[in-house]
Each structure stands twice: as structure tokens, then as C-alpha cells.
Design a protein around this ligand. Structure first.
Ligand SMILES: *Cc1c(COP(=O)(O)O)cnc(C)c1O
Length: 426
């Protein structure tokens, strides 16, 4: 499989090169040159396949030539070693729980897969690599956990000061060793911009071997397709003759892009709903055909506080820049913080199901968008415990484990590229 840039040029690279480079050399994102098609026979008996077999069939065409079948199988076993269940919440409404991994958010799947790919690809290189990543919360902890103690890898995580939950900060800064958490006096968009600047800094890239771990890295994106296949496998027999629609709480649109890729491979999901908080650039794009970059707004669902979603370029590329084609597969709604709290409260009282703020927005969008003859799944992207200070606003007697933030090791910096460069230079 070759990978091309979402911004047209002649570059064509292997999976290995795409993973190592992170970003293509004209600033675009890597995208598979063709979308492999899965045969109908695969879906006819998908419920009889093990998750590992499904994962291999889905991913192998994308990595062929860069990893062997045996290597990929080992990688899959290490990546999905926790349950990914579909749970019934209401009539015809299900939650796909992606929070059973080590850092309790869906990003564990992508981060674990990517970290192990990079270790493989760098095994024959002498120099150490630096993984540079910006996070609005969950990426940082998943990446920190995925790379922790991997030899030859140093990880630098930029997170916005005061804008991640205490639990997230604890998970990022608590590990130490090869993981450095850097608190930036700015927003998530600032952090993301600093990372892009470093990747575009040719002088720096001659001095250190830099790799990305954001959802812009194709190795994080591809394994995220798997949960949609696992969800379909679990629901297939319950669908009868109804159609499946999936609501995806969205920020940088990585999860949604992965779902759309899965659909474009042949997975029978009828359509997707992009669920947003007040940061609704993509929602506006679907209505107007233009994505207006906005500054991000701080909300209770902070992992979705993204004003300029990085994977938007991939969605545009996949649908050949025709907004009407995107509209055929995706609709979108946005909800504010008060609605989020209301939904957490109502869902708990009516269904005895505890939502996290991101899942709450996913469920709100699903309830609003679902049509007759559809079965709906919303993605529960994180465990409520990660956002206990928000849950308490909805469910006052909610109690979770306290985290001790006193002895965490973090580096503080201003929103300044020269400061970042200083921290990265050898
Ligand atoms: C990252 C994240 C999201 C947003 O996912 P994208 O792929 O960036 O759209 C939603 N919910 C949680 C809990 C997250 O960690």
C-alpha cells in the first residue's frame, strides 16, 4: 500500500515511511492511495470470527510491505488486549464502550498500535527518536502509556495549562522516565500549532529524529477502524432488517475519519452522526460547504475542544472535496454544557447508565438524529471517572478515586516556539 498527501503532490511513501514522517513533506496528511474492499463473504460470517482475525483482515492490506503478517498479528494481540463491548442503554440505542484500556479512553487503541509500529521501524536505527505530541487531554495519557519504557524513545507531550482534567494530568505527568509532560500557557490549538511548527522546522529535524503521535499519524488512525467492525459484529444479529447508524463524539475527527474509512471498505454502517460540543466548525462545514477555523472554546467535554480539526483534510480527500458526498454519509449536531449535564443526569436516572461528558454528547446527537428503522450506537469515548469533577455537577453523590496532583513532574513554558525549540534541541 502506498500513502499519498491530502495536499496534492507527487509524494508516494510506504506505510513505514508515512508512520516515521508523521506529516507529508508539503504539510498534508498521509492517506492510503486506495481503499481496500472487503468481500461480502467476510461480513456474512463476521460474527463467527475472533476479534484478532477481524483486525488482521482489516489492517493487513494497509501495512503490507512494511510489516510481515506475523509481526502484524503480534502487534494486534498487544493492541487489543482489553474488551470493547457494545452495551444496551435504551430501546434500539447502544453504547460502544471504548474506555476499558489502561488510560480509560479510546485513544489507547491507536497509541498502543502506533508506539509498537514505531519501535519496529526504529529497531534498526542507531539514534533515539523524539515523539512530539499535542494533547487536549486523552492523547497525552494514552501516548505516555503506550511509549512508557520503550527503549530509544523519548516522549514530549504539550498540554494546555488549566484545560485538562486533574485525572488526565495525573496520567500524563505521573510516569516520568522517558515521558516529559510540558504545560503550555495557551490553548490546545496553540499546542497543536507549536507541534506543526517543529515538524516544519528543517533545521531542527536535521538535529533530532522527530516523529508525531497525534491523530495525524496514520498508525494511530488505522486501528481505530477496528471498533466499528467489532461493534457491527456484536450487533449484526440484533439488527434484523434495520440499519445501523453510529454517533461519534468528535474533536479532531480522527475517530469519525476511521469510521468513514471502515464504511468505505464495505462495512455496513448506513451513516454516521458527528456529535460536537460548542466547537462546531465541522457542523458548520456540513451546512455551508466551508470550514471556518475557529479558536477553540473550553467546554466540559474538553477532548473535543478543537476549533480547527486536523483530520478534516482526510475527510475532504476521501470524499473528493464534495460536501454533498460527505453529507450523504454524515450528519452533525452540537450541544452546549448545560445540555451535557442534563443528559448525564437523565440517562443515569432513566437507564441507570453513567455517561461521561463526551459520551453524553454522542447520545444526545444520536437521540436527535436517529430515524425509524435504524438501530443506533453512540461511542462512549472515555470512562466517567476521568471527568469526575463534571459528573458531580450532574450526579452530586458520585464518588471516584481521588488523585494526588502535588508531586507531579512537569515542565512549564509560554506559548512560544523558540522556547519549545530550546527544549527539543540536543
Ligand atoms: C479524543 C477524544 C475525543 C475526540 O476524538 P477525535 O478523534 O479527536 O474526534 C472524544 N472523546 C474523548 C474522550 C477523547 O479522548
Amino acid at each position: 500500500m502506498n500513502y499519498i498527501s491530502t495536499r496534492k503532490n507527487n509524494e508516494k511513501v510506504s506505510f513505514k515511511e508515512a508512520v516515521i514522517n508523521g506529516l507529508s513533506n508539503n504539510g498534508g496528511l498521509y492517506f492510503p492511495e486506495i481503499i481496500p474492499q472487503l468481500p461480502i463473504s467476510f461480513f456474512d460470517k463476521i460474527e463467527n470470527l475472533e476479534d484478532n482475525e477481524i483486525a488482521f483482515k482489516v489492517l493487513y492490506p494497509f501495512i503490507k510491505g512494511s510489516l510481515t503478517a506475523v509481526q502484524l498479528k503480534a502487534l494486534i494481540t498487544e493492541t487489543i488486549n482489553f474488551p470493547i463491548p457494545v452495551v444496551s442503554v435504551e430501546k434500539d440505542i447502544f453504547a460502544l464502550e471504548l474506555f476499558h484500556g489502561p488510560t480509560q479512553a479510546f485513544k489507547d487503541v491507536g497509541a498502543r498500535f502506533m508506539s509498537r509500529c514505531l519501535s519496529h521501524f526504529y529497531a534498526d536505527k542507531k539514534e533515539a527518536i523524539t515523539i512530539l505530541v499535542a494533547t487536549s487531554g486523552d492523547t497525552g495519557s494514552a501516548v505516555a502509556n503506550g511509549f512508557f519504557n520503550l527503549p530509544g524513545v523519548s516522549v514530549k507531550i504539550l498540554f494546555p495549562k488549566g484545560k485538562v482534567s486533574p485525572y488526565q494530568e495525573y496520567q500524563m505527568t505521573g510516569l516520568g522516565k522517558n515521558i516529559k509532560a510540558i504545560e503550555v500557557d495557551g490553548t490546545f490549538d496553540d499546542c497543536q500549532k507549536l507541534v506543526k511548527e517543529a515538524f516544519n522546522d528543517n533545521q531542527l529535524r536535521k538535529e533530532i529524529s522527530l516523529s508525531s503521535a497525534n491523530s495525524i499519524n496514520i498508525a494511530r488512525l488505522l486501528p481505530q477502524m477496528l471498533y466499528y467492525f467489532f461493534a457491527y459484529k456484536q450487533l449484526k444479529l440484533k439488527l434484523k432488517d434495520k440499519d445501523l447508524v453510529v454517533s461519534v463524539p468528535s474533536g479532531n475527527l480522527g475517530n469519525l475519519t476511521a469510521g468513514l474509512l471502515a464504511k468505505n471498505m464495505g462495512l455496513p454502517i448506513k451513516r454516521f452522526i458527528a456529535a460536537h460540543n460548542a466547537n462546531d466548525s465541522f457542523n458548520q462545514y456540513l451546512k455551508t460547504g466551508r470550514l471556518k477555523k475557529k479558536a477553540s472554546i473550553l467546554t466540559y467535554s474538553n477532548a473535543m475542544d478543537v476549533g480547527n480539526p486536523s483530520n478534516f483534510e482526510r475527510i475532504e480527500h476521501l470524499y473528493k472535496r464534495v460536501v454533498n458526498s460527505v453529507n450523504q454519509d454524515v450528519s452533525s449536531f452540537s450541544f452546549n454544557d448545560d445540555m451535557t449535564i442534563e443528559e448525564i443526569k437523565n440517562c443515569y436516572n432513566q437507564n441507570n447508565y453513567m455517561l461521561d461528558p463526551h459520551g453524553a454528547i454522542g447520545k444526545l446527537a444520536l437521540n436527535k438524529g436517529i430515524k425509524v428503522n435504524e438501530v443506533g450506537v453512540f461511542i462512549e469515548t472515555a470512562h466517567p471517572q476521568k471527568f469526575s469533577e463534571i459528573i458531580i455537577k450532574a450526579i452530586p453523590n458520585y464518588c471516584s478515586d481521588d488523585v494526588d496532583l502535588k508531586n507531579l513532574k512537569k515542565i512549564k513554558m509560554n506559548n512560544s516556539y523558540s522556547e519549545l525549540k530550546g527544549l527539543l534541541s540536543p
